[in-house]
Write a protein that binds this ligand. Structure first.
Ligand code: FAD
Ligand code: SF4
Ligand code: SF4
Length: 479
C-alpha cells in the first residue's frame, strides 16, 4: 500500500545500522548494513516533497531525489531505479561514499527543525534492489556508430563518460596504467567505505556493454599520446591527480615515512588478493607499529582507519587545525574516533627523529589566528611548544597535485593552469588541443567521485556535439 509522504514530523531520521567498532576493526568490509525494505520505505517517506528541492540543487548530478524517494516509499522500485539511474551512472557508489552531509542531506530543508532525509542510503538501496532483481543491464546502443573515442583513465570521470558515449553508439576504448578498472575507487578508497566487488561489478557491466579496456597501458610510456590521438576521433583525458604533496621538515627522507596513496594502494591490493612485496616486507604495513598520519582530509581518515584494521599498536592523526575545521567529512572523523584513532588537533610535525628509520615525530602546537582571504583561520605556530610522540610508520596525507601532463604526454601545447590542472573551455570542455577533452580531478584538482561522474557525463555530451559538428564539416569550414 502506498505510504504517505511528509512523515518527518512523526518519524525520526535513521541511518542503516553500523557494525560495532570492535567488529569493524577485524576486517575491511563496509561498516554500514543495508537498509531493510520497510526501513528504506519508512525513511523515504520522511521527505516533504519540496517545491524547490534544495537536496537536488546541491547534488552535483541534480538527481531527482524527491521523485525517487516517493517511488521508494510507495514500493515502486523499478521506477525508482529508472529515475535514479537516469542522472547517475554509479548511484550505488555515490550513495555509499558521497559526503552527503556537505551535499544533498546537508541541504535538505527539513534539516532546520528535524534531521535531514537519509538520501544516500536510500539511493544505495534502490540500486542494490535493482541489481538483485536483474534490472541493471549492460548498455545496448540503439545503433552502432563508426567513430571511436579514446579515454585515458578508468576512474569515475572516464568510466561515466565511456558509458554515456556507448549509449550513443560510439566505439569506446578506455586506457589505464593500472591493471584494474576504477581509478581511486579500486586502489584509493578502502573497502570499509566501498567494497571492491561493487566496483568490479560495474567494470564487468561496462565491458559487457562493449567498452574496450586496455589496462597496464600508461600513456606517455607504453603508448604515446600522439598515437592515441591518431587512432580516435576524439580523446578524453581523465587521469586524476596523483603527485603527493610533501612535508618540508628535517628527517622527512627517512625510512618508514610513506605517501598515503602508496600505503592505501598496498592495502587495497592485499585485500584483492595480490602479492604485495612492500606490504609483506612490513614497509607499507602498520601491524604492531606506532602509526602517525599527518593530514586532516578524507585520505588521512582512510589511512588511520586502515592502520587500525592492520592491528597497529597505536594510531594518531596529527592535524594543524581543530576538529571543527577539518576538511574531511565529520562522519568519517566520528567513525575513526569510534574505531580507536587518537586525534592530536592543532599540531604539526616539526621534525622526524630516528637514525635510518623514523622512531618519533617531533610535533609543535598550533594556534588558529585571524581568518585569511578565504575566511579560514590561519594556523600559527606556538613557539617552544615541541613535544615528541613515538612513530615507526608515518603516513603523509597532505593532498595531491597533478603530474606534469604536457611533459608526460609530450604535448607542450596542452595548456595547464597555475595549479597544473588541465585548462579547458568550460562550455565545450575541450582543451587547447582540438578534439581533446578533459574531465574529473585532472581539471578540478582533488575533488569527489560525484563531481567526476558529473564531468564525465558532461564531457560525453560535448564530445558527441563535437563529432556531430565534425561530420557536418563545421570545424573544417570554420578553420
Ligand atoms: P581517478 O579516480 O584518479 O582515476 C584516474 C585514472 O587515470 C586512474 O585509474 C589512473 O591509473 C589513470 N591514469 C593516470 N595517468 C595515466 C596515464 N598516463 N595513462 C593511463 N592511465 C592513467 N571522493 C568521494 O566522493 N568520496 C570519498 O569517500 C572519497 N575518498 C577518497 C579517498 C582517497 C584515499 C582518495 C585519494 C580520494 C578520495 N575521494 C573520495 C576522491 C575521489 O576518489 C576522486 O575525486 C575521484 O576518483 C576522481 O575521479 P577521476 O576519474 O578524475 O580520477
Ligand atoms: Fe547525494 Fe551524492 Fe546521491 Fe547526489 S549523488 S543524491 S550528492 S549521495
Ligand atoms: Fe525531500 Fe529534503 Fe529534498 Fe525537501 S530537501 S525534497 S524534504 S529530501
Amino acid at each position: 500500500m502506498a505510504k504517505k509522504m511528509l512523515q518527518f514530523v512523526t518519524t525520526d531520521k535513521s541511518m542503516p545500522s553500523k557494525r560495532t567498532a570492535d567488529e569493524r576493526r577485524q576486517d575491511f568490509d563496509e561498516i554500514y548494513k543495508d537498509f531493510a525494505k520497510d526501513k528504506a520505505e519508512e525513511q523515504a517517506s520522511r521527505c516533504s516533497q519540496c517545491g524547490v528541492p534544495f537536496c537536488q540543487v546541491n547534488c552535483p548530478l541534480h538527481n531527482n531525489i524527491p521523485d525517487w524517494l516517493m517511488l521508494t516509499a510507495e514500493d515502486r522500485m523499478q521506477e525508482a531505479y529508472q529515475v535514479s539511474s537516469a542522472t547517475n551512472n554509479f548511484p550505488e557508489i555515490c550513495g555509499r561514499i558521497c559526503p552527503q552531509d556537505r551535499l544533498c542531506e546537508g541541504n535538505c530543508v527539513i534539516e532546520k527543525g528535524f534531521e535531514s532525509v537519509t538520501i544516500g542510503a536510500v539511493e544505495k538501496y534502490i540500486t542494490e534492489t535493482a541489481f538483485e532483481n536483474g534490472w541493471v543491464k549492460p548498455v545496448q546502443p540503439a545503433h552502432e556508430r563508426s567513430e571511436s573515442i579514446g579515454i585515458i583513465g578508468a576512474g569515475p570521470a572516464g568510466l561515466s563518460a565511456a558509458e554515456q558515449l556507448r549509449k550513443k553508439g560510439y566505439q569506446v576504448t578506455v586506457y589505464d596504467r593500472y591493471d584494474r578498472v576504477g581509478g581511486l575507487l579500486i586502489y584509493g578508497i578502502p573497502g570499509f567505505k566501498l567494497e571492491k566487488d561493487i566496483v568490479e561489478r560495474r567494470a564487468k557491466l561496462m565491458a559487457d556493454g562493449g567498452v574496450t579496456f586496455k589496462l597496464n597501458c600508461e600513456i606517455g610510456t607504453d603508448i604515446t599520446f600522439a598515437d592515441i590521438k591518431a587512432e580516435h576521433n576524439a580523446v578524453l583525458i581523465a587521469t586524476g591527480v596523483y603527485k603527493a604533496r610533501d612535508i618540508q621538515v628535517p628527517g622527512v627522507g627517512m625510512d618508514g615515512i610513506v605517501p598515503a596513496l602508496d600505503y592505501l594502494t598496498a592495502s587495497n591490493r592485499k585485500s584483492l588478493g595480490d602479492t604485495v612485496p612492500d606490504f609483506d616486507s612490513g614497509m607499507l604495513n602498520a601491524a604492531g607499529k606506532d602509526v602517525v598520519v599527518v593530514g586532516g582530509g578524507d585520505t588521512a581518515m582512510d589511512c588511520v582507519r586502515t592502520a587500525i584494521r592492520q592491528e597497529a599498536k597505536s594510531v594518531t592523526c596529527l592535524y594543524r587545525r581543530d576538529k571543527a575545521n577539518m576538511p574531511g567529512s565529520q562522519r568519517e572523523v566520528q567513525n575513526a574516533e569510534e574505531e580507536g584513532v587518537t586525534f592530536q588537533w592543532l599540531s604539526a610535525p616539526h621534525a622526524f627523529l630516528g637514525d635510518e628509520a623514523v622512531s618519533a615525530v617531533r610535533a609543535q602546537r598550533i594556534h588558529l589566528g585571524q581568518p585569511d582571504a578565504t575566511g579560514r583561520q590561519v594556523p600559527e605556530i606556538i613557539e617552544n611548544s615541541d613535544y615528541d610522540m613515538p612513530a615507526d610508520l608515518v603516513i603523509k596525507a597532505l593532498g595531491f597535485d597533478p603530474e606534469d601532463l604536457p611533459t608526460m604526454f609530450d604535448q607542450p601545447e596542452l595548456q595547464v593552469t597555475r595549479w597544473g590542472t588541465v585548462a579547458i573551455d568550460w562550455k565545450s570542455m575541450m582543451t587547447q588541443l582540438p578534439g581533446v577533452f578533459a574531465a574529473g580531478d585532472i581539471v578540478r584538482g582533488a575533488s569527489l567521485v560525484v563531481w567526476g561522474v558529473r564531468d564525465g557525463r558532461d564531457a560525453a555530451d560535448r564530445i558527441d556535439a563535437y563529432i556531430q559538428a565534425e561530420l557536418r564539416g563545421e570545424h573544417r569550414a570554420a578553420g
